[in-house]
Design a protein around this ligand. Structure first.
Ligand code: SIN
Length: 312
């Protein structure tokens, strides 16, 4: 059974990855994801130029009944140089995704110049969608600014680069973001980041469950699956064929992975469920995916990718 994918010249022997933010802040965590026999590779925590502690705790909470999670981590990370040192010294066959999430355009441009001038030979994810840094908007909801940033980036950046997007909810917005992204030689888009600024309340105390932003935080897990699938599908229908799609959001079972691929995802990332279940989640999801494909008589993911049926 072929569970492979590719982005440009990069080949992945497995379709599952971590979502940036989960199990990818320290070298030990990144090593753990890379070492799994059931991951295509790893995405590093979105880096800022300087290291950050992130938002005050509690900043992560698991909802009851497996509904998902709320987080407002605020981009805690070890700083750009830490991840640069990691990729400079790590020997691996898997193509690493180096994620950056600068706090300003100039910070992102600075990090991209350094990546451009380095020997890093993996892929770069530009995170334009973190909802959790107080006072900072989710850039990719501002279409004009997104186009300006990508214009500046691609004036000098020649390595394979993708963007991490927030969820969109309006057909007009799918059209607008796709028409901007199609102007650039993007290697991939990653859709979706968490649904920003949800609110969860503790029943016993009538109190919000996380501290930052008076309880507002990004929602992930089961609750976001339908939105994630819609974004994967809508973007696959609108983006140039050579822009590959990483589907992220609401993956708790092999069936969820299968549905992301049906909608057009090339690779699939796991965030909340990785945080809940740990590294073993990848083996379980891959086994469940294999069972579904076998039952349906498929021999490879290529037969399934983008083949969602509609009612005529
Ligand atoms: C965070 O660090 O707040 C989560 C990462 C993200 O939403 O991009």
């Amino acid at each position: 059974m072929q569970l492979t994918a590719n982005i440009q010249s990069y080949n992945f022997d497995h379709v599952l990855l971590n979502a940036a933010g989960v199990m990818c802040q320290t070298t030990a965590e990144i090593d753990t994801v890379l070492a799994s026999k059931h991951t295509g590779s790893v995405v590093t925590k979105s880096a800022t130029l300087a290291n950050r502690k992130g938002n005050p705790s509690p900043r992560y909470y698991e909802l009851k009944n497996g509904l998902g999670t709320i987080n407002s981590m605020g981009l805690p990370n070890e700083g750009f140089d830490y991840y640069m040192n990691y990729v400079a010294t790590k020997a691996t066959e898997k193509p690493i995704f180096f994620s950056i999430g600068g706090l300003s355009k100039s910070e992102n441009i600075n990090m991209l110049h350094q990546l451009q001038d380095s020997d890093f030979a993996g892929l770069i994810e530009l995170n334009l969608s973190c909802p959790n840094v107080p006072g900072k908007p989710q850039t990719a909801y501002d279409f004009e600014t997104t186009e300006e940033i990508l214009t500046d980036v691609f004036s000098f950046f020649k390595k394979p680069l993708g963007v991490k997007l927030p969820p969109y909810f309006d057909i007009v917005h799918f059209d607008m973001i796709a028409s901007i992204l199609n102007k650039f030689p993007l290697a991939f888009v990653n859709t979706i980041n968490s649904i920003g600024n949800g609110l969860v309340i503790d029943e016993a105390t009538d109190t919000v469950v996380i501290k930052p932003k008076d309880g507002f935080g990004g929602i992930g897990g089961t609750l976001v699956k339908a939105t994630a699938l819609a974004n994967v599908r809508a973007l696959r229908q609108r983006l140039n064929e050579d822009i590959k799609i990483i589907g992220t959001g609401g993956v708790t079972t092999g069936r969820d992975v299968y549905e992301h691929i049906l909608c057009g995802a090339d690779l699939v990332e796991v965030g909340s469920q990785l945080a809940i279940e740990g590294i073993e989640v990848f083996e379980r999801l891959e086994n469940e995916l294999r069972e579904i494909l076998t039952e349906k008589g498929y021999h490879s993911l290529a037969e399934v990718r983008g083949q969602l049926k509609v009612i005529s």
